[in-house]
Design a protein around this ligand. Structure first.
Ligand code: IVH
Length: 698
């Protein structure tokens, strides 16, 4: 792939077309089949490249650009909603002249209206996903994605988990029916926390807050959406049964009075110069707002004038988005450090001479992987262009070759782990046959970096949650030899003062604090099954997967038996795992590989010798007809979304599976059901339609 900066316009156009297709194919594999066909980092690189090309040639951005489409992917999991009033997009202004032209067009259009003073609002353009929320008699009844602007997807259940979306409007004066529109987004802080957690669990890391917000909204399981702490700014409306304001500014105030968050940087002005000053003001605050914005939106204030001025194609004439240029700066790359993560991934980090980019001092930038460094030919000593765009982690856009010091040599990515000296290799991707983008240390638990990171993960808040045993303590105990493997944690007290000097006498510890630590460890000797599975740090097994596995197997022995058998290629075990809704081939492979590893099994055996995992208790409603039964939904449901049906079944103590097998008890088949229905009939299972199911569960 050529450097983005050297692409001609025609090449860029072709490349964007190719990328749109390729990314769409990967999305399909990932979202529809739950079977990604390329490594996440490669996928991220494609998306990044697409974004970079779009940033350089904004007018080439395609209508089906992957950048916008992420929120609009169609699965059979959500039903369709036709917006009563279409959701529009906005025309763009790229410089001040474009904005002056916009105001000039307004003046010209209304030139015949004597003494008319035109006012505009100006507010940040939030870089998230737009959503439309229907309120009837003040009650939130339905929420949808933008989709293609005309038809979106019903994500009501997910939107209901967002605290900033009122379920019941406050105050007075709302129309009987109103579609409130605005942006769902994720804050920088929440994004960073989520990514840190993903990195620790070896899971997929997220590209930027916007895509993550999109992915979070598209979960079939609302509890995942709920865990993402999404936020919402209201800034527009669609259908209204009666007018509720005369100006844009009044309308925003009304939305606010009904309980919505509206952007505090919204102003109203009659001067173009003030609009531009506000743009500069917002741009200056951009880095410290705590969420991504990508420009400023100006809207003609009076609603009657908006109607008169009207629309072009799918955008209003009366509004425009004034986009920010990406924030960039030039600095020197002083060193490339390699960090070793919990799963052995070697991540190169650029150490930069400190430079301010959009109000934030940047000293590090991610270099992603060996390919990325080679592609951009990044060398130590180079002068580089650093960018903070939508991404929170700064990136190196390119090298300024003219400034390259003489005698500089191409960077050689290490083939040994810098921590333990084991060979570092790139695995061959099973799906593509190509080497993985990530170089991994093969040392496993002999690698101190991996071992320590594993232990930190094991005791972390979302895993076993051992109070008083933080990153610092784990690192110190590891060094001392007190804790090398998870089982050692539970032997800490027994060995204290025997194999090691009493902890109470160690620097930073005392009688009380060591007692507290031993007590905190004792409490976790009977860990929850889902947390224990997550704590093991198996690649691709995050918290959600931990819960799925715990729910499905009920106790550790059964989980271990099936996962081990799957690792040995046992068809039934593999099938058993794959039938769990939400578990795909990647997780199955990873579970198999984990238990096939002798060292891992020994560590788990030792651990099970000192702890007693609590079996997972299904939240069974005792009198439910379907408690303990395994249910599969197929075809389209008409009375509720797939996510709702699933949540309901689980509430009643049923297990919801994604595929039909001998273990299935009930198949709920809606219109369009195909192979699953056939299989269920062959197996002689109980098959119900949606009404039959609702009757059964009362
Ligand atoms: S107004 C009829 N205001 O930008 C006008 N849109 O590029 C409807 N957006 O699809 C949009 N912040 O998702 C408006 N303050 C804001 C916005 C905003 C972000 C998004 C919205 C829209 C897209 C258009």
């Amino acid at each position: 792939m050529g450097d983005v900066d050297s692409l001609s316009k025609e090449e860029a156009r072709k490349e964007l077309r190719r990328l749109a297709r390729e990314i769409a194919d990967h999305d399909k594999a990932y979202y529809l089949k739950d079977a990604p066909n390329i490594p996440d980092a490669d996928y991220d690189a494609l998306r990044r490249r697409n974004l970079e090309i779009e940033a350089r040639f904004p007018d080439l951005k395609r209508a089906d650009s992957p950048t916008d489409r992420i929120g609009a992917m169609v699965t059979d999991g959500f039903s369709k909603v036709t917006h009563a009033v279409p959701m529009l997009s906005l025309g763009n202004a790229f410089d001040e002249q474009d904005v002056r032209d916009f105001a000039g067009r307004a003046r010209k259009f209304f030139a015949h209206d004597k003494n008319l003073e035109l006012a505009f609002t100006a507010e940040p353009k939030i870089d998230g996903l737009s959503a439309s929320l229907l309120y009837e008699n003040g009650l939130f009844v339905q929420g949808a994605t933008r989709g293609d602007g005309t038809v979106g997807e019903d994500i009501t259940a997910n939107l209901k988990t967002i605290e900033e979306i009122p379920k019941q409007l406050k105050g007075t004066g709302w129309p009987e029916a109103i579609e409130v529109r605005g942006e769902v987004y994720m804050s920088h802080a929440d994004f960073a926390a989520l990514n840190k957690q993903a990195q620790e669990t070896g899971g997929q890391t997220y590209v930027n807050p916007r895509n993550t917000a999109a992915g979070s909204l598209r979960q079939l399981d609302s509890s995942i959406t709920a865990s993402r702490n999404l936020k919402f700014f209201a800034y527009a409306w669609g259908y209204v049964s009666a007018p509720f304001a005369q100006t844009q500014f009044e309308a925003i105030k009304a939305l606010e009075s009904w309980g919505f968050k509206t952007n505090p940087l919204t102003i109203r002005t009659t001067s173009v110069e003030e609009m531009l000053a506000h743009y500069r003001n917002i741009e200056a605050q951009r880095a410290t707002l705590g969420y991504d914005i990508d420009g400023v939106v100006y809207k003609l204030d009076r609603l009657d004038l908006q109607e008169r001025w009207g629309y072009v194609a799918r955008a209003p004439r009366w509004a425009i988005a004034h986009k920010f240029p990406a924030e960039q700066a030039t600095t020197i790359l002083e060193a490339i450090d390699i960090q070793v993560g919990r799963t052995g991934a070697l991540t190169p980090v650029a150490r930069l001479k400190p430079v301010t980019v959009g109000g934030v001092v940047v000293t590090n930038a991610t270099l992603h992987n060996a390919d990325e460094i080679a592609r951009k030919d990044i060398r130590v000593g180079d002068t580089v262009v650093v960018q903070r765009a939508g991404d929170v982690i700064p990136q190196i856009v390119k090298v300024i070759e003219e400034k390259r010091p003489s005698g500089s040599v191409a960077y050689k990515f290490p083939d040994r782990c810098p921590v333990c000296g084991s060979r570092a290799t790139r695995e061959i991707n099973e799906n593509t046959g190509e080497p993985d983008v990530v170089t991994r240390c093969t040392g496993g638990l002999i690698c101190e970096a991996q071992a320590v990171e594993q232990l930190k993960h094991f005791v972390s808040r979302r895993a076993l949650d051992i109070e008083g045993l933080g990153d610092k303590q784990v690192a110190a105990f590891y060094k001392e030899g007190r804790i090398r493997l998870p089982a050692d944690i539970f032997n800490l007290k027994a060995r204290d003062g025997v194999d090691f000097p009493p902890l109470a006498e160690q620097e930073g510890w005392g009688e009380q604090s060591s007692k507290n630590l031993f007590a905190a460890i004792e409490v976790r000797r009977t860990p929850d099954l889902d947390r224990l599975i997550f704590a093991l740090g198996i690649r691709h097994v995050g918290e959600t997967t931990g819960v799925l596995l715990a729910k499905s197997f009920g106790n550790f022995a059964e989980f271990e038996r099936v996962a081990t058998a799957a690792g040995e290629g046992d068809e039934e075990a593999i099938e058993n795992l794959l039938s769990i809704d939400g578990i795909g081939q990647t997780v199955v492979n990873s579970l198999g590989a984990f238990f096939a590893n002798r060292r891992n099994r020994a560590a788990v055996d030792d651990l099970l010798g000192v702890i007693e995992p609590r079996p997972y208790e299904l939240n069974v409603a005792a009198d439910s007809e379907v408690a303990g039964k395994t249910v599969v939904f197929t075809g389209s449901l008409e009375r509720m979304t797939r996510a709702e049906a699933k949540a309901m079944a689980e509430r009643l103590g049923a297990k919801v599976s994604g595929s039909v097998s001998k273990k299935t008890d009930i198949l709920v088949a809606g219109p369009g059901a195909g192979s699953k229905l056939k299989k269920a009939e062959e197996l002689g299972l109980l098959v119900l339609d949606e009404d039959g199911w609702l009757e059964l569960v009362g």
